[in-house]
Every structure is written in C-alpha cells, then in structure tokens.
Design a binder for this molecule. Structure first.
Ligand SMILES: Nc1ncnc2c1ncn2[C@@H]1O[C@H](COP(=O)(O)OP(=O)(O)OP(=O)(O)O)[C@@H](O)[C@H]1O
Ligand SMILES: [Mg+2]
Length: 258
C-alpha cells in the first residue's frame, strides 16, 4: 500500500482561501513535519487530509481517493490527533481510548477481548495505565493529550495525522511521545504527518519539513534546508540562531539587544 498524496488542495472559509493549491506526498515509513506561523493553515491541512473539511483538489490515501471513501474506511486507514480534541463527558480514559477501535467493531457487536488488550497495551506504552478508570474530563491537560494520542494509536491506522501532539506536555513526555510515534513508524512503516511549533523537535523527528504560510507551501526539504535563520525571521518574525546539533539543526531563540 502506498502513502498519502495531496494535489492542489484548496480550502476556503466564508469564501476566503486558507489553503491554496497545496501538494504533498508522503510515503510509508516517512515523517513529514508541517511548520508555519499561527493561522498559516496547518490545522486546516490536517483536517483536509482526513476529510474533515471540504476542499477542492484531490487527496489519495493508500491508493484510493478520499472523496470516494466511507468514513469508516477512512478511519481504518487514518488516525487523527486534533489540536483541540473534543472529549466526551463522563467517559473513562479506557473507554475513550477504546473508541479508537470503532472501525474494527461491527455495528451490531460489542468490542472483543482483542480490542481491550490493544487498548491496555497502548495505555501502558503511554504511561496511562494508572489512569484507565478515571474520567477523561478529570485528568490533566498533558494526560488528556496523551489519552487522545492513545486513542489514535489504538486505531492501528497506517497514516497518523498529528496536529501539535505535544504542546501540552512537559519536556520528558514530549520526548517520550515523539519517540513512541517514531518507534511505531519504523515498526509498522507508518506515514506520519505532524504539525509542530518546536522547530528543534521538527528537525529531530521530521525526515522532511514543509513550511506553510498563508495557506501556501513556501518551501519543503530536509530540516537543514528549511530551517535557516533568515527563513525563520521572514516567516515567523522570530530572531533565532540555527546551530548544528547531534540530530540535525537546533533552533535557538535569541534576544535582540539594542
Ligand atoms: N471554522 C473556521 N471558520 C472560519 N475561519 C477559520 C476556521 N478555522 C480556521 N479558520 C481560519 O483559517 C486560517 C487557518 O487556520 P488554521 O487553524 O488552519 O491555522 P494553523 O496554522 O493551524 O494555526 P495555529 O498555529 O494557530 O494552530 C486562520 O486564519 C483561521 O482563522
Ligand atoms: Mg493549528
């Protein structure tokens, strides 16, 4: 099975374009990080790739056109971790993660023991086993973010779309979650597309980085090609030094002294 391809994807809200002619191609086992300033269209792109917003252009998932697939078929192929997840009230962490198994549970049946085992193993890997019985609405912001990721992983999809999956996490959990995604990507040849504001993490985990500004792809390439101080100054209005690190460029914010 092939990965994900988008051609000329354009999305509008109230008539004004927020994505304009985006092309991308990500193969099995590859991780593309989408960066860009607030409002650039990153979340809209993630939503467009999973069919959550209507677009013109074409998205092809695993060789099939998204526009011709049923929701359930899309869910068996694509798991999404949204930037602002909607978490149902009163549902435990375990049952919330179990929702990830929905594409595999026939309409007329309950989940089976293998679904519960899959959930238990994902909870274990994300340090959430101790919270399994707690209402998801009562856990901390970072724990909730990990629960949302757990639900996506329990879905066993081959394409993972992660919209700022680590923003609410402490540094240790950011590393843990990104390493876990990376391990799963290598283990199962997953396609990973994530948005990220931390440019150093983007460089460490992305095979390629795409810079999106005002709904358009400004540049795409290896971390070293894209993450240049001048590019970051131009598009983020940020003053940084880019220094070589052990796993690619390190983007260091610096203060401008007068
Ligand atoms: N439902 C909506 N209705 C109208 N405009 C929207 C809607 N969702 C997003 N937009 C607008 O589309 C543009 C792109 O938004 P998007 O959320 O995709 O940006 P982003 O790159 O994810 O930003 P951030 O880094 O802040 O998450 C913004 O100008 C935003 O205000
Ligand atoms: Mg966003």
């Amino acid at each position: 099975m092939t990965g994900i391809t988008a051609r000329n994807v354009t999305a509008r809200y109230n008539g004004s374009p927020v994505l304009a002619g985006v092309d991308l191609e990500v193969g099995r086992g590859e991780w593309l990080v989408v960066i860009g300033p607030n409002g650039a269209g990153k979340t809209t792109l993630v939503r467009a790739l999973s069919g959550a917003v209507s677009t013109t252009g074409e998205v092809v998932l695993g060789g099939r056109r998204l526009s011709e697939m049923r929701r359930r078929e899309v869910a068996a192929l694509v798991a999404v971790v949204p930037q602002i997840p909607i978490v149902p009230e009163g549902v435990t962490v375990f049952d919330y993660v179990l929702l990830g198994r929905t594409p595999y549970i026939p309409y007329w049946r309950m989940e089976g023991p293998q679904d519960r085992r899959r959930v238990a193993s994902v909870l274990e890997r994300l340090d959430l086993a101790g919270l399994a019985g707690r209402p998801v609405s009562s856990v901390s912001g970072g724990e909730r973010q990990r629960a949302v990721l757990a639900r996506a992983l329990a879905q066993d999809a081959s394409i993972l779309l992660l919209d700022e999956p680590t923003t609410a996490l402490d540094l240790g959990h950011q590393q843990q979650v990104l390493e876990l995604v990376d391990e799963l990507r290598l283990e199962s040849d997953l396609v990973v597309i994530s948005t990220m504001h931390d440019l150093t993490f983007a460089a460490q985990f992305g095979d390629r980085i795409m810079l999106l500004v005002d709904g358009r792809v400004v540049t795409e390439g290896t971390p070293a090609e894209v993450l240049q101080a001048q590019v970051i100054a131009n598009h983020f209005g940020a003053t940084v030094e880019v220094i070589p690190g052990p796993d690619g460029p390190v983007v260091l914010p610096v203060r401008v002294k007068n």
